[in-house]
Design a binder for this molecule. Structure first.
Ligand code: KG4
Ligand code: ZN
Length: 346
């Protein structure tokens, strides 16, 4: 294999409604990151339809890989290793990427690296901030997961806590849906909240006891539903911008409080935001303010690297390859894969 910094990783991501391929040189030099989004296809159904997602991935996967190679100005034969998301996600969607990656790795005779999508979200930060190094605390907020993870090394993670029920992004999407906003709801609520009063409605904030790093957003979601229903019964007008801003504030307050408490408890001085909800402008703003006030370094990925993309999978795959964490051709999709503790020595 080439020198580590010259190693070319081709990555494939197909866990949900984005088909993406990327080429990375070494660990941090992104040569291409192509994303074919299916959002307009699923929008008319109000959410992702798994069967349609799988079919679209099949159509898109090879053209997206070709385009990633073309933009990176490299040939398939130049690729040293193939990284692919194998979970968590929709099983049929994941299988398309995993099958494409296995076929390519087999035919090129190069190593295959199965990547945990959630670890990928964290690693997006290494591409946005080339000087970032572990250790740091990561707050992972995506459509399916909400977790606080200590990243002690590139292959050393300690899970502090995660959500007991809905993920933060899921709550955004469900609340948006009942308010009649299109899928995905997160960006819609983000936009609408800018015109609303975050103190207008006092929605509940769960699990606020000290030292508890778990999250729960289903009660908040129900509280928003109950509020909307009771206003309807009373035939009173609803200020949607106020609902969006108040809901968003309740989510953000819990995320910020728990992230900062975890930092104090562990003595970590660097905080990293990751996952699709990291694109939320108010969350990023509040975390930045809180971090500045306490002398904490704060990082979050550029918007394109916040939501699903193969660049982050390539970066995670590269650091797995340095630790010899390769997969074999029996690699399968694991839809329920979680973020768990990992130690480089294991
Ligand atoms: O990480 P991601 O692209 O996919 C998963 O791995 O789940 O996250 C998608 C989630 C969706 O729930 C979407 O509504 C949310 O991220 N999201 C946002 C924003 N942009 C995307 N949530 C709040 N504000 C945003 N600006
Ligand atoms: Zn994701």
């Amino acid at each position: 294999m080439k020198e580590e910094q010259e190693r070319l990783t081709l990555a494939i991501e197909s866990s949900c409604d984005e088909t993406s391929a990327a080429v990375l040189r070494g660990g941090r030099t992104l040569l291409s990151n192509i994303i074919a989004t299916q959002i307009p296809v699923h929008q008319k159904f109000g959410g992702v339809v798994p069967e349609i997602a799988s079919r679209k991935h099949i159509v898109n996967v090879m053209p997206v890989i070709d385009e990633a190679l073309r933009q990176a100005k490299v040939a398939l034969n130049d690729i040293d290793q193939i990284a692919v998301t194998y979970g968590p996600g929709l099983v049929g969607a994941l299988l398309v990427g995993v099958s494409a990656a296995k076929s390519l790795a087999f035919s090129l005779g190069v190593p295959l690296i199965g990547v945990n999508h959630l670890e990928g979200h964290i690693f997006a930060n290494f591409l946005s901030a080339p000087n970032l190094e572990p250790p740091f605390m990561a707050l992972v907020v995506s459509g399916g997961h909400t977790s606080l993870v200590q990243v002690k090394g590139y292959n050393h993670f300690v899970l502090m806590g995660q959500t007991r029920d809905d993920a933060a992004g899921e709550a955004f999407d469900k609340v948006a849906r009942v308010m009649g906003l299109p899928y995905p709801g997160g960006p819609q609520i983000d936009r609408l909240a800018k015109d609303g009063n975050p103190a207008a409605i006092d929605f509940p904030k769960a699990l606020q006891d000290k030292g508890n790093y778990e999250f729960s957003f289903s009660g908040l979601k129900s509280a928003v539903l109950n509020y909307l229903n009771s206003m309807k019964l009373k035939q009173q007008p609803v200020n949607k911008a106020d609902v969006a801003a108040s809901f968003q504030r309740a989510v953000i307050e819990v995320l910020v409080a728990k992230a900062l408490e975890a930092m104090h408890a562990t003595g970590m001085r660097t905080l990293v935001l990751a996952g699709g909800v990291a694109a939320n402008s108010a969350l990023e703003g509040r975390l930045r303010e809180a971090a500045q006030a306490q002398g904490i370094r704060f990082y979050y990925p550029s918007t394109v690297l916040c939501t699903d993309n193969a660049a982050m999978i390539a970066c995670r795959g590269y650091y797995q390859s340095l630790a010899g964490r390769f997969s074999n051709l029996y690699l399968n999709a694991v839809p329920g894969l979680d973020l768990t503790d990992m130690d480089a020595e294991n």
